[in-house]
Ligand binder design. Structure first.
Ligand SMILES: [Zn+2]
Length: 87
C-alpha cells in the first residue's frame, strides 16, 4: 500500500533568512518510506519528504529547504503531515 501522489498541502512557513511568515502550498510527490508500525486497526506508515520553496518576500527570494514527515493511517489516508526542519 502507498499514498497517491502528488499530495498538495498548505504550510505556514517562516523564512529562516528574513523571518517573513507566509503560507505555501506544497506539492509533495517524492515520498520515501521510513518505517511502518502495526496498530490495532491497521498499519501506520511513515514517509519522509524534502521540498523546496522560494521565499515570497521580493527582497529576499531565499531558497527554503523543507523536510518533514507524512503519516499514513489507516491505509491510503493521510493522518498527519509534520515539518521537521526549515532551513
Ligand atoms: Zn525570506
Amino acid at each position: 500500500m502507498s499514498l497517491k501522489t502528488p499530495i498538495n498541502h498548505d504550510f505556514n512557513i517562516k523564512c529562516p533568512k528574513c523571518e517573513h511568515k507566509l503560507s505555501y502550498n506544497l506539492r509533495l510527490d517524492d515520498l520515501e518510506k521510513v518505517s511502518s508500525k502495526e496498530k490495532p486497526e491497521d498499519t501506520e506508515t511513515k514517509y519522509k519528504f524534502i521540498s523546496y520553496v522560494v521565499c515570497k518576500n521580493p527582497l529576499c527570494h531565499y531558497d527554503i529547504e523543507l523536510k518533514g514527515y507524512i503519516f499514513e493511517y489507516p491505509a491510503d489516508t493521510i493522518n498527519t503531515i509534520e515539518l521537521a526542519s526549515i532551513k
